[in-house]
Unconditional design. Sequence first.
Length: 208
Amino acid sequence: MTRRPRLVIASLNRAKAAEIARILSDEGVDFEVLSLADFPQVELPPETGETFAENALAKVKHAAAALGIAAAADDSGLEVEALNGAPGVLSARYAGEAASDEDRYRKLLAEMLEVPRDRRAARFHCAAAYATPDGEVFLAEGTCEGTIARKPAGSEGFGYDPIFIPDGEERAMAQLTPAEKHAISHRGRAFRKLAKLIREQLGTAESG
């Protein structure tokens, strides 16, 4: 029996890694999926890029080269119009390196306290990347438009999900089921595009 190819999700965030693995599986990308948390000897490069794409590409190139297997990862964040696009690429470090998800979204809510409803537009942005050990690289991006809530709600998801209400919804992202979230989320949209590129790459490799 042919062994499935291995893929490492280049993230130490197990919730994010599981979400990415689930999206790829749903899109027919058949890998034995591992997490970078399974390889403590490999450290992610610092996120010094000015864009989500730069950071995502740095992660997958580093992980694929270090482990000799294909790698997938994303860099994503929340862009709030009233905050001039912040926290943006600094979303994960918005309240400091050691801050929790709750620390980050409560800091943002405090900064948005006086912002009226019609100025609370925001979007999640995701850059999803894939790299092979021989240097082949793919990139796809996706966004999800919405607004910032007045208070957190829901226990699903992670990050800023409890305070983000997607357009067309009355519920926060953290109140959606995983299937509902994947259908509309920035990460779901980006990784569905990426999955198509990966399937094409695997098909080419098998026929070559």
